[in-house]
Design a protein around this ligand. Structure first.
Ligand SMILES: Nc1ncnc2c1ncn2[C@@H]1O[C@H](COP(=O)(O)OP(=O)(O)OP(=O)(O)O)[C@@H](O)[C@H]1O
Ligand SMILES: [Mg+2]
Length: 652
């Protein structure tokens, strides 16, 4: 044996003797136990001048079985004391056997870590600590054909970067969970910022990848530095929607097809399945009814009321119709005058017939009444209506016509009409009817929609309509080169499984839509990223279909359970650390991580790209300015004094 190979052999055996920590002593199904060598019970080991951390719960081990290196994670440990004293023992602790319970994760083959179990260890297989290279291999989540972005570093092993594979993470559904203030929005912004930094310069990225962020709290619109959250302003489109009378707000384009779709209106008006939905269908599908023009329809309804001679209808039916038309008429004063005139001049006989109250004309003269009505109605000027309001008017006209003609029941439809005004008003503030697409190659490929100033009802409905529209458009195109990522922060707002306020139909429709995107979206290049503080509220079908998870601190038992139940990748140690994760640190687990890892997410630099989600600093806001500066001066004084003290002068 020459000198060089002698050295190598010596090196290898030295390493083996130092890195060896014990052997397998029990294999019970997948439960493997390892007995730690008595000399390896210290917390650190020395190897070539480096201090190595000895194995402990949460750490990794390599089990050598022939040429295969099986990688395992330590899940727990306990000690066993030998019953009979052996005089060879010099130290008390030698009596003790340390036993590790480990969980198999995968194996290293051809320098790559593969997840899964190929072989089970045998009793007496030797176990080693992982060296630096092996440790890196286990934490290398990026495939050969993939590209990497760095999101942070291993929380327990500072030097170890955590890179994620772009293909394996972004071509998947992502879940980001954690209690409020645990860092979800920050993590979300960080991973998308890194992605944009990597690809922003590529024309193909701009044309083929579209990102749509639904922002319930306006965290991604602007911060103290300006509008450059995630990426600089010119590279993204921001829609700030508002249902209050804010002239600066934007409107989101909804396609003609959608606006004439019954389901759209069923959602907006919370229509009931059995009676209100078919009514809306009749409104939207029955074009011939509206062909004659609005004035003519109003005239017809008045005529019908008179002809019917129905005591239940009478004056009330006329004045109700006029009240409902108020919003849609330009010459509102004329309408009001007409309404009071009807009240004064028209009355009903006991049998329901109309007559004119004027004593000179005290006859049962229907044609004259008709003339008065016709004259007034012909003077109506309907306002210039946007597409939403047009449908509102159609609903009103059809409703009154059906009620007067006995085709529908007031009790069934009136709740819908009561909701109509407010919803139409809010909706026409936040959407525009337009076949314009929000994503074209000329426009930025990141769209942020802020729903911060949108009323509570629309906040629930609009996201669903927008997501459905985007998904359906993408599905219809059926191209597999383009990509759409729908990113929803605070997703419990629309994905919650429980909500007492909403009807069953609406809930089903809502969950079905998102469940379809989760289940089928991949085929059409549509992916979801959802962030939420209440995973237990979100339908388990949705949570369990996510592929990759960033799980921040979770304290509530039910949330931990919801995550634990659906994410089988989580081992016990990771699961148990969930309640104590610091802000900005999360467990990254899922298809693209070989092993769940605790990652300290890197900061977003510069700060102008951070989401606007600072936790309020009470001291800064409550203490008066003078006092604050005063404290500072005091502190500085103390510092200076301590620096000057010379220890030799001290009396002790
Ligand atoms: N990786 C990180 N590095 C530095 N600061 C962070 C990090 N993650 C979060 N923070 C800070 O922690 C605070 C809370 O983070 P964030 O708003 O992202 O929490 P959240 O989980 O989204 O909360 P909520 O559920 O209320 O929206 C913020 O001030 C943020 O700047
Ligand atoms: Mg947040």
């Amino acid at each position: 044996m020459n000198k060089a190979s002698e050295n190598i052999t010596r090196d290898v055996s030295l390493k083996n003797s130092i890195f060896r920590i014990g052997y397998v002593f029990s294999v019970d199904g997948l439960e493997i136990k390892i007995k730690v060598d008595k000399r390896k019970n210290s917390s650190h080991l020395l190897y070539k001048g480096d201090l190595l951390k000895n194995t402990s719960v949460g750490g990794y081990l390599k089990i050598a079985k022939g040429f295969t290196s099986i990688i395992a994670k330590v899940g727990g440990e306990y000690i066993k004391e030998e019953k009979y004293y052996n005089y060879e023992y010099k130290r008390e602790e030698d009596k003790i056997d340390r036993i590790l319970k480990v969980q198999l994760l995968g194996y290293i083959e051809n320098g790559k870590f593969e997840r899964g179990i190929k072989e089970l260890p045998l009793i007496y297989n030797q176990c080693f600590l992982l060296d630096k290279d092996e440790f890196s291999i286990v934490h290398d989540f990026v495939n050969v054909n993939d590209k990497a972005i760095k999101i942070g570093s291993l929380a327990l092993e500072k030097g170890q970067d955590i890179n994620i594979g772009i293909n394996s993470v972004f071509a998947s559904h992502i879940g980001i969970f954690g209690n409020t203030g645990s860092g979800k929005s920050y993590t979300l912004a960080k991973i998308y910022r890194e992605l944009f930094l990597k690809f922003q310069g590529n024309l193909n990225f701009k044309n083929n990848a579209k990102f749509f962020i639904l922002d319930f709290n306006g965290e991604y619109v602007s911060n103290e530095f300006g509008n450059d959250i995630i990426i600089n302003e010119p590279n993204k489109s921001i829609y700030e929607l508002s249902t209050s009378n804010n002239s600066n707000s934007h409107q989101f384009p909804i396609s003609k097809e959608n606006i004439n779709n019954t389901d759209f209106w069923v959602i907006i008006l919370d229509a009931t399945e059995k009676t209100q939905k078919p009514f809306l269908q009749r409104v939207l599908k029955n074009d011939s009814f509206f062909k004659k023009g609005y004035v003519e329809i109003v005239n017809d309804i008045f005529n019908d009321i008179i002809v019917k001679e129905d005591e239940n209808l009478g004056l009330k039916a006329m004045t109700n119709l006029l009240s409902d038309l108020y919003d849609y008429i330009e010459n509102k004063q004329d309408l009001l005058t007409f309404k009071s005139e009807i009240g004064e001049k028209l009355g009903t006989y006991k049998n329901g017939n109309f007559y004119i109250k004027n004593p000179e004309n005290d006859k049962h003269d229907k044609s004259e009444i008709k003339n008065i009505i016709k004259k007034n109605i012909n003077d109506f000027k309907f306002s210039e209506l946007n597409e939403v309001k047009k449908i509102g008017l159609k609903i009103i006209l059809k409703y009154h016509s059906e009620i007067v003609n006995g085709h529908s029941n007031v009790e069934h439809l009136s709740p819908l009409i009561k909701r109509l005004d407010k919803r139409i008003d809010e909706l026409s503030k936040i959407i525009k009817y337009n076949d314009e697409e929000i994503f074209t190659n000329e426009k930025p490929n990141l769209v942020i929609v802020s729903l911060k100033n949108v009323g509570i009802e629309m906040k629930k409905m609009l996201p669903l309509l927008m997501c459905k529209q985007l998904y359906d458009e993408k599905k219809a195109k059926n191209e597999n080169t383009t990509y759409l990522n729908i990113i929803i922060d605070e997703a419990h707002n629309i994905l919650s499984y429980k909500s007492d306020r909403e009807s069953e139909t609406w809930k089903d429709y809502r969950l079905e839509t998102f469940e379809e995107i989760i289940k089928e979206g991949r085929k059409f290049g549509v992916f979801l990223t959802i962030a939420s503080q209440r995973p237990s509220d979100i339908s388990s079908t949705i949570i369990s279909q996510l592929h990759n998870y960033f799980i921040h601190r979770l304290i509530n038992e039910r949330d931990i359970e919801a995550v634990g139940r659906t994410i089988s990748y989580l081992d016990k140690v990771s699961h148990d650390t969930l309640p104590i994760l610091p802000t900005g640190t999360c467990i990254f687990a899922g298809l693209s991580a070989h092993v769940p890892v605790v990652v300290k997410i890197d900061t977003i630099e510069p700060k102008k790209h951070e989401p606007d989600n600072k936790t309020i600093n009470l001291i800064e806001n409550w203490v008066d300015k003078e006092e604050q500066t005063g404290t500072k001066i005091e502190d500085e004084k103390v510092l200076i004094i301590t620096e000057k003290i010379d220890t030799d002068d001290l009396p002790f």
